[in-house]
Structure formats: structure tokens, C-alpha cells
Design a protein around this ligand. Structure first.
Ligand SMILES: Cn1cnc(CNC(=O)c2cc(-c3ccc(F)cc3)cc(O)c2O)c1
Ligand SMILES: [Mg+2]
Length: 215
């Protein structure tokens, strides 16, 4: 992926969006990605699916794995209830820098905390670091080959509880076959598939998978 997208989207947001208006920042990013260049944000179409599951869960503690430029963190932050918080893990410090700027520009810096590092290095200490026992909602959108490993880590570390909602992006494209096989064959997860399109594309299939943890 073009490493130079993040600075360009940040510059575009700073010049074209309304400071403190999270809905407008989201809209400006989507319009840019539809018209100028595609980015790997979850986007507006799959974002609406994420929104709906997020509202149904009405979570207090939210975990995102894969922040990128902060787009999905912004989408969720605008739907957060009082005293709820989003913790988002990002391995790339370049992406984390841009995401922090965009999240702060949108006025959501108190609701979203970016944790810099690899997910398997951050997860073991996230509970004490963030003062969270378990997460109520998890959005997985990072390297597709790490989805399964990290879900198993969440289970083993006791970071998810009875009823936690886990939403996974890109289960068709780029795809995460081992993750899908794992959650759909596990008695501990109730899965629902949401067919959609790849972000900012009209003719490429993708889907989101919702898995409710029922140990
Ligand atoms: C470097 N990096 C920063 N974030 C990540 C993790 N995300 C992805 O890889 C990712 C990739 C694609 C995508 C891949 C190929 C293509 F042709 C079109 C789109 C879409 C997504 O929604 C994604 O989440 C990797
Ligand atoms: Mg994605």
C-alpha cells in the first residue's frame, strides 16, 4: 500500500474538514477516498454495518486492532455513550501519528486512546495499562493473517466476556480463511455474516463477520 497516503489524507482533512466536527471529518475522508484515491479504511458502506452492530452492543470498553488513519475509531467514537472509551492498537508509528492528528482534529482525543505496538506485544498488558478488565466490543481490521492468533489471545487473556461482540473486516477480501473457519466451527461463538463490498469499490465483494462470544 502506498505509504504516502496517510500524510495526504491528513493534509486533506486539515484543509477541508471542520475542526471538532467528527461527522464532517468522516464524510470528508469518504469523499476523498471515493474521488481521489482508495485507502484501506472500512469505508462508508461497511462502516454503516459496523455502526449498527456497535449501537446494538452499546459498549463501555471498546478495543480496535488496526487503527490505520483512525477512520473506524472516529466512526465508533461518534456513537460512544457517556464515559465509554475506545482503545486502538496500531503497529505502524507513521499511521499512529497520522491517526492521532486526525482524531484530535475531530475533537475525539479524550474518547480514543491509541496504543502503539504490535498486537501480540500490547495485548498481554492492556488490561492493567488501560484499567479495563474485559472489552464489550472488538473491531478487528489489521493484518489478515493475524486475526485468528489475536482472537485466541483475547480469549486466553480473558479480555473478552460472555456476550462480547467481535466484528471482523475483510472476511472475503483480502480474506482471513483461518479466522472464519475458527469462529464458525467454535461452539463459543455465534456468528453472523454481513455481505458487502470492498471499501470505495462498487464491483468487488467483501463482508464483515460478527461473532458473539458465548463461552
Ligand atoms: C499496512 N497495513 C495497514 N493496515 C493493514 C491492515 N489492513 C489491510 O491490510 C487491508 C487491506 C485492504 C485491501 C487490500 C488489497 C486491495 F487491493 C484492496 C484493499 C482492505 C482493507 O479493508 C484492509 O483492512 C495493513
Ligand atoms: Mg479493513
Amino acid at each position: 500500500h502506498d505509504e504516502e497516503f496517510p500524510p495526504r489524507i491528513l493534509d486533506h482533512v486539515m484543509k477541508n474538514a471542520i475542526k471538532g466536527d467528527v461527522t464532517n471529518v468522516i464524510d470528508v475522508i469518504d469523499k476523498y477516498c471515493w474521488s481521489v484515491e482508495i485507502a484501506m479504511n472500512v469505508g462508508d458502506v461497511k462502516g454503516a454495518i459496523l455502526d449498527k452492530s456497535f449501537l446494538e452492543a452499546s459498549p463501555k470498553n471498546v478495543l480496535e486492532i488496526g487503527c490505520y488513519c483512525g477512520y473506524s475509531a472516529l466512526r465508533m467514537s461518534r456513537l460512544l455513550k457517556e464515559d465509554a472509551k475506545i482503545f486502538t492498537i496500531e503497529a505502524s508509528s507513521q499511521y499512529a501519528d497520522v491517526a492521532q492528528e486526525i482524531i484530535s482534529f475531530a475533537g475525539m482525543e479524550k474518547k480514543v486512546q491509541i496504543l502503539r505496538g504490535l498486537s501480540d506485544e500490547v495485548l498481554p498488558t492492556i488490561a492493567e495499562k488501560c484499567g479495563v478488565r474485559t472489552f464489550d466490543f472488538v473491531f478487528i481490521d489489521h493484518a489478515k493473517e493475524l486475526y485468528k492468533r489475536d482472537l485466541i489471545m483475547l480469549e486466553n487473556l480473558g479480555l473478552i466476556r460472555q456476550g462480547t461482540t467481535i466484528m471482523a473486516d475483510n472476511v472475503i477480501f483480502p480474506g482471513c480463511p483461518d479466522y472464519l473457519e475458527y469462529v464458525r466451527n467454535s461452539p463459543k461463538f455465534e456468528c453472523t455474516n454481513y455481505p458487502s463490498k470492498l471499501e470505495y469499490c462498487e464491483n468487488r465483494e467483501d463482508a464483515m463477520e460478527k461473532s458473539i462470544y458465548l463461552p
